[in-house]
Design a protein around this ligand. Sequence first.
Ligand code: AMP
Length: 222
Amino acid sequence: MVIVFLGPPGAGKGTQAKRLATDLGVRHVSTGDVLRSAVERGTELGRTAAAYLDKGALVPDETMLALIAELLDRRDHDRGLVLDGFPRTAPQAEGLDRLLRERGRELDAVILLDIAEEEAVRRLTSRVCCSKCGGITNLLADPSAADGVCDACGGRLERRSDDTPDVIRARFKEYRALTQPTLDYYRARGMLRRVDAGRPIDDVAGDIAEAVAGSGPGRAAG
Ligand code: AMP
């Protein structure tokens, strides 16, 4: 099973993709998390990606496709993957189709988390991530009991370095220019399932579960 999440920064892709992956018993892969960890560890991928991440620009398609090919071939990804943050350009979407075809696999569902830009910016500027468990918290909607401490595991809560107003603006610009054509790619194939992501987490999760149940190879959306 391979499921793709699309949507602008701040739509809740990380939160929802993690939850869906847990419910389905498959792996959640956030390309942003993979890249951030590579930057921290100073690997070759991290050295390539660092400058792009700092500016809110997209890492080149060839780099991303090589990374996804490697991830698809990992043993623990056999049962399936929920991809969060990939594909983000039309060439990445075409490349993903090719990589899956070469491995005798197919895309099961493409979920678009749709949200007004204003609301997404509001979420991004008030979100923190736990440095220990990776949990995402929104300080406006759900403030932690102790300042700067994760309610779930006691880890330190941190802001993402690319959640600053300038970089957020750059990420939206990239989204409009490069990711919108990705939506068209899947729309033309009848695969895109739109979910209104501006609502409470549980409501959005319910709609995603329905959209996934109604998707699948050969089942085009209306
Ligand atoms: P995210 O955590 O999904 O918001 O991604 C953070 C940053 O990682 C993006 O602003 C890009 O610089 C980079 N990135 C993540 N996924 C991709 C991708 N599929 N293609 C290109 N760059 C990516």
